[in-house]
Design a protein around this ligand. Structure first.
Ligand SMILES: Nc1nc2c(ncn2[C@@H]2O[C@H](COP(=O)(O)OP(=O)(O)OP(=O)(O)O)[C@@H](O)[C@H]2O)c(=O)[nH]1
Ligand SMILES: [Mg+2]
Length: 321
């Protein structure tokens, strides 16, 4: 049941600001450990729906550098920030092309910032689900803003659509190959395009190209993506970047998009959870239930095809309910 009541001790610790309890709970989510269950359930009613800003884009464009800069800015303004870096060591990405990726700057004595990385466990969808649950804990823990960096893999980036309320897609001057990345699905998910490294030549051209692409696109939901230019060293454009994020967050409230997105996200999440459980249950039964084992034997022996077997499996699970 999800109504506010006495909290399990781990959940209580998280609400009180215990960062180690928070980190442990996120690890449990990451590992699919059932210990996360009571914590997630108890804290769900305490989530407020804080902005979750996804920072996506190809390798090495400066996502982490931008996040460091945004964290510094938000902290100066007195806001607390949690950062989740998704898939930092995946076999797909392996880090920036030149191996010069920026680490997050951790300030041990600032409890207003929390950094966490989450590794990919198989499917991008699974990672997105785990990240969504982690952002809920961060919300319930009281952070004002959650920033999520997704690295490299277009699939993970697109899956993060289901997690972030505002999606920033970062590119660098000389789009080149990156246009391909954008075509691979990133283009459609952007609420803000950020041309980073405007200190490099070609930045103006890249911004104009993006402006043209945006003008050609059709954008449901009444929001046309904003194109901003930034550099992290020397810092420039960071206020514009954050202003674009906030404008999108305000648009979500004014247009009813936030509520609609949330409904869609939650229905997808619930269906995903049911699918996982039913799937696990069926796999279990295929192994154990002698009748179902015979069914599988027949498919192996080519006397039944997989679709017919699926029909029978569904029929039998309906009967047994
Ligand atoms: N010239 C220039 N270089 C930058 C800028 N921002 C970041 N970089 C450099 O770009 C490199 C990659 O920066 P990161 O912040 O690690 O980029 P990332 O997108 O997080 O990289 P991955 O996580 O590996 O995909 C580093 O060498 C940064 O110093 C910028 O505004 N201008
Ligand atoms: Mg990075």
């Amino acid at each position: 049941m999800t109504r506010p009541g006495p909290l399990p001790s781990a959940a209580r610790a998280i609400v009180k600001g215990d960062r180690r309890a928070l980190a442990r709970a996120i690890t449990a989510i990451e590992n699919g450990d059932p210990a996360a269950d009571p914590v997630l359930r108890a804290l769900y009613p305490r989530t407020r729906g804080v902005p979750v800003v996804g920072i996506a884009g190809p390798l090495g464009v400066g996502k982490s550098s931008l996040i460091n800069a945004l964290v510094a800015k938000l902290r100066t303004e007195g806001r607390t920030v949690a950062v989740v870096a998704v898939d930092p060591s995946s076999p797909f990405s392996g880090g920036s092309v030149l191996g010069d990726r920026i680490r997050f700057e951790r300030s041990a004595d600032d409890t207003g910032v929390f950094f966490r990385s989450m590794a990919s466990r198989g499917a991008a969808g699974g990672l997105a689900a785990a990240t969504l649950e982690a952002t809920r804990l961060l919300d319930a823990a009281g952070f004002d803003v959650v920033l999520v960096e997704t690295v490299g893999s277009g699939q993970v980036d697109v899956a993060i659509r289901e997690v972030a309320t505002t999606r920033v897609v970062v590119v660098v001057p000389h789009l080149g190959d990156e246009v391909q990345t954008l075509k691979a699905g990133l283009f459609e998910i952007a609420d803000v395009f950020c041309v980073n490294k405007v200190d490099l030549p070609g930045a103006d051209l890249a911004r104009r190209d993006l402006d043209d692409l945006v003008a050609l696109g059709s954008w449901p939901g009444g929001w046309t993506p904003v194109v901003v230019g930034t550099s992290t060293a020397p810092p420039s454009g960071l206020d514009d970047l954050w202003a674009a994020v906030e404008a999108h967050e305000r648009h979500l409230d004014a247009s009813g998009g936030r509520a609609a997105d949330e409904r869609r996200r939650l229905s997808g999440e619930i269906v995903g959870l049911v699918r996982d459980r039913v799937g696990r249950d069926l796999i279990d039964r295929l192994e154990r239930d002698p009748e179902l084992r015979r069914l599988l034997d027949r498919v192996v022996a080519r006397s039944l095809d997989p679709r017919a077997a699926a029909d029978r499996l569904l029929a039998s699970s309906r009967r047994s309910r």
